[in-house]
Design a protein around this ligand. Structure first.
Ligand SMILES: Nc1ncnc2c1ncn2[C@@H]1O[C@H](COP(=O)(O)OP(=O)(O)OP(=O)(O)O)[C@@H](O)[C@H]1O
Length: 430
């Protein structure tokens, strides 16, 4: 098969119009069985991904963040179908691909590509970069127009590498350059969706920005759709349109970037955000508002009951230990799974007694943050009250005017009736 070579500025996406749903994930789960004994009987399971729902629209970048062990990589491997889900559904361009076999997946392998975290181990040291970047053509049995070599050299220049270095080996390149090679390989087959798993975390900070900018430029030029996985918000904050925050196999908040940064609702999101330094000279002398999360993410073999974050949350109350909060849209474009969200009305106001663990966690939370938290909650509550009072007043006014209108109408009708009756009477009398 021959595929036309793409010019560097051409759009590579084929069918999906921008804004249309490209990927849809429903109730996705991956439980890795734990086996023991001679008979290898299953004694438990690692609930790496435990029921997540989200959509990715064509042309957008969805950032996925969370601490190590939250299930982000597993999620990435599930949507690229490198792993078989335990339950749930993955749809790509409206087609259910959850259980497609190797043959069924072959055409999809071109459309969905993955960039891996480690640019050192993800490239075969015994192959030249020409062979590495050209491998997808061989695997898919396709010949690009103009031949593999020419196309590989074009891809090298697209990612900012010298096309003359076609015959060099991976060890001759720096970490950032190797990640560019990985990106060129991912772009070889004109994918629609690129899942990048921690694409820059193995790189020096100075190189990270270059690779992130490259990904951003390629998206503009080639109309790519990205799912970018990262363990903190500093990488995804500039490139994502929407951000999903994962904790212990679940999505705890999913919002557009603007809303998430302006007013994060899940305490976990707030904690992740407070860990990102803000390079704002006006705030250089301001006291830093750090929320230090105590301990590690609990084991996904037996996650905490109720809200999984309750063991580390400074707002946790009784309800958080028993009732799992559903992921619901509390503000337009902002979904959150929390009983006591930040920057919004409390979802369980009757439950006010903090758990002991929450009090201990609070000790680690800077006073400024707690004060700010209380202030925003009070402000939101006041806003909600004002809004509902206004709404009530509006309703009252509407009711009054409707009643007045109805009365006027009734009066008019009575008048008309009377008039017509009066009018009729004389005629009858005539
Ligand atoms: N093949 C596997 N078998 C058993 N458990 C696994 C397997 N792969 C991942 N896990 C477990 O699933 C959980 C989620 O892992 P995953 O790598 O998806 O998390 P992550 O958020 O991507 O973390 P990291 O950033 O460290 O990669 C972890 O507890 C991990 O140990």
């Amino acid at each position: 098969m021959t595929i036309p070579a793409q010019s560097a500025g051409a759009r590579l996406t084929k069918d999906a119009a921008p804004g249309e749903t490209l990927l849809k994930v429903t109730g996705l789960q991956k439980h890795f069985p734990i086996r023991k004994g001679l008979l290898q009987r299953q004694v438990g399971a690692v609930r790496a991904v435990d029921g997540i729902d989200f959509e990715v629209k064509s042309g957008e970048t969805l950032g996925v963040v969370g601490e190590s062990g939250c299930g982000k990589s597993t999620m990435g491997r599930l949507i690229t179908r490198l792993l078989e889900p335990t339950a749930g559904q993955v749809e790509f361009e409206g087609k259910d691909i959850t259980h497609l076999g190797v043959g069924g997946m072959r055409p999809l392998r071109r459309d969905v590509q993955m960039i891996f975290q480690d640019p050192y181990s993800s490239l075969n040291p015994r192959h030249t970069i020409g062979t590495i970047i050209g491998a997808p053509f061989k695997l898919q049995n396709v010949t690009p127009e103009g031949g593999v070599k020419k196309e590989v050299q074009r891809l090298l220049s697209v990612v900012g590498l010298n096309p003359e270095h076609y015959n060099r080996y991976p060890h001759e390149f720096s970490g950032g350059q190797r990640q560019r090679i990985g990106i060129a390989r991912a772009l070889a087959l004109n994918p629609k969706l690129v899942v990048a798993d921690e694409p820059v975390s193995a790189l020096d900070v100075s190189i990270q920005a270059q690779v992130v900018n490259l990904l951003d430029d390629l998206q503009q030029e080639l109309g790519l759709t990205y799912v970018i996985i990262a363990h903190d918000l500093s990488v995804v904050r500039h490139v994502s349109d929407r951000i999903a925050v994962m904790y212990l196999g679940k999505i705890v908040e999913l919002a557009d970037r603007e809303s998430l940064y302006k007013a994060p609702m899940h305490p976990y999101t707030k904690a992740l955000m407070s860990a990102v330094p803000i390079p704002d000279p006006r705030r250089r002398n301001a006291k830093s508002e750090r929320i230090l999360l105590k301990g590690d993410v609990p084991s996904p073999i037996s996650p905490p009951s109720g809200c999984r974050f309750h063991t580390r949350c400074w707002k946790a109350t009784q309800i958080c230990t028993t009732v799992e909060p559903p992921l619901v849209e509390l503000k337009p474009g902002q979904q959150v799974a929390c009983h006591h969200p930040e920057n919004f009305e409390d979802q369980a106001p009757q439950d006010t007694v903090l758990l002991t663990a929450a009090k201990e966690a609070a000790a680690l939370v800077a006073d400024e943050v707690l004060a700010e938290s209380a202030e925003t909650s009070a402000a939101v509550a006041a806003e909600v009250e004002t809004a509902s009072a206004e709404a009530e007043a509006e309703t009252d006014a509407e009711t009054a005017s409707a009643e007045a209108e109805a009365e006027t109408d009734a009066e008019a009708a009575t008048d008309a009736e009377t008039a017509s009756t009066e009018g009729e009477t004389p005629s009858k009398e005539k």
